[in-house]
Design a protein around this ligand. Structure first.
Ligand SMILES: NC(=O)C1=CN([C@@H]2O[C@H](COP(=O)(O)OP(=O)(O)OC[C@H]3O[C@@H](n4cnc5c(N)ncnc54)[C@H](OP(=O)(O)O)[C@@H]3O)[C@@H](O)[C@H]2O)C=CC1
Ligand SMILES: CC(C)CCC[C@@H](C)[C@H]1CC[C@H]2C3=C(CC[C@]12C)[C@@]1(C)CCC(=O)C[C@@H]1CC3
Length: 345
């Protein structure tokens, strides 16, 4: 009888490996001696040691080719939250994740690490030092988050020691760093349009922002700790910088670092939230006639005006997690990586 050759544990696939987090993850995996298959809807770079498979993760056959001889899968693909496309979020994050799980089990993959989000427990009201014991949001702040909840549930439920398929979910919060396509570019665009003059609320709300290399570190630790006897099987873990910061201090440090003025004038939270809701409703109603995307969406206003920071005690205890890059150094490295976004350039 032929014995099944177990794929090398240093052979992995990164679904979403062309994206911001995915590419940082791929680079670190290569440094650590892994061979990497990237599966993504687009190819954004080339690197020795990486095989690219371009395709949609809803296509099982395409996935099966990319997962051949792979023992470990990182799933960090998702449509961008700013796309605000309910059908797309459902198709990719829910149906697509079901397909990824099926493909993993058919291909004999042994471990899967999902990039979830700490926002799966956020309902737009304060969370201070929230643990993983918090229930999933009953009223998530947007469709993106709603589908991230379903996605996480699917992946954790698929963990099956008897069948040799182990899963874990990493919940980062507010990822930032070089090549980030969201946080800094949106911030700078808003500043360039003269709209970053205002602080929403009294400006004292504390938030987690997580430097991308710390998020990568959390993912790789999770993969390496994922064994049948480990407490992390089928569980979710917050990964942050463990340094909650005032939302508006963080934004000001980024802006000032790039040569823009820090916001100074205060606006009441509920007034801005109400206006954002009204604008969002208008944009949805008028979508067939005019396409406009408000900068201050209800989701962004809620994130900018409330406390939302999370405990990483469970990741410290179960997998020895400790952030590798401080917030101060992360901000410095990020600012230096965007010379083209500096004021006046
Ligand atoms: N950025 C953040 O602050 C946070 C992010 N997360 C999660 O981290 C993960 C990575 O996020 P981030 O790196 O910021 O996002 P990116 O958009 O940079 O990366 C996601 C990648 O997945 C690709 N992708 C989208 N749809 C598909 C599909 N159907 N099939 C294959 N590939 C697809 C994207 O392609 P394309 O660009 O063409 O759509 C992109 O290359 C996501 O799961 C996100 O939910 C969690 C918490 C915070
Ligand atoms: C215009 C300003 C009020 C805000 C500019 C910065 C924002 C673009 C970002 C601040 C917090 C960020 C954040 C995310 C995206 C970018 C911000 C809204 C996520 C929604 C990305 C995906 C997640 O899973 C959760 C993140 C929370 C924080």
């Amino acid at each position: 009888m032929a014995t099944r050759i177990r794929p090398s544990s240093k052979r992995c696939a990164v679904i979403g490996g062309s994206g911001f987090l995915g590419r940082h993850l791929v680079e670190k995996l290569l440094d650590k001696g892994y061979t990497v298959s990237v599966f993504d809807i687009r190819q954004s770079y080339e690197l020795p040691g990486v095989t690219f498979h371009q395709g949609d993760l809803c296509d099982k056959l395409g996935l099966l080719t990319a997962l051949r001889d792979v023992s470990l899968v990182f799933h960090c693909a998702s449509p961008a939250p700013a796309s605000d496309n309910k059908a797309l979020f459902e198709r990719v994050n829910i149906q697509g994740t079901k397909t990824v799980i099926e493909a993993c089990t058919e291909a004999g993959v042994q471990k899967m690490v999902l990039t979830s989000s700490a926002s799966v427990v956020f309902e737009g009201t304060d969370i201070k030092n929230g643990s993983e014991e918090l229930p999933y949001a009953k009223k998530p702040i947007d469709y993106y988050t709603q589908t991230k909840i379903e996605q996480e549930k699917l992946v954790l439920k698929a963990c099956n020691k008897d069948r040799g398929f182990l899963t874990v979910a990493i919940r980062p919060h507010g990822i930032f760093g070089p090549r980030d396509p969201q946080l800094v570019p949106i911030l700078v665009d808003t500043a360039r349009r003269g709209k970053m003059k205002f602080i929403i609320g009294d400006g004292s709300n504390l938030v987690d922002f997580t430097y991308v290399e710390n998020v990568v570190h959390g993912h790789i630790l999770a993969a390496e700790f994922l064994r049948p006897e480990s407490p992390i099987c089928g569980k979710a873990y917050h990964i942050t910088n463990d340094e909650p910061v005032r939302f508006w201090d963080f934004m000001s440090d980024m802006l000032v670092g790039l040569g823009y003025a820090a916001p100074r004038y205060h606006l009441p939270y509920f007034l801005v939230y109400g206006l954002a809701l009204l604008l969002w409703l208008l944009s949805v109603l008028l979508r067939p006639l005019v396409a406009f995307k408000p900068t201050f969406t209800p989701m962004r206003v809620a994130l900018a005006g409330t406390h939302h920071f999370y405990s990483v005690s469970k990741a410290k205890q179960d997998m020895g997690y400790k952030p590798l890059v401080s917030l101060k150094d992360g901000i410095k490295r990020t600012v230096e990586s965007y010379p083209h976004l500096r004021h006046g350039v």
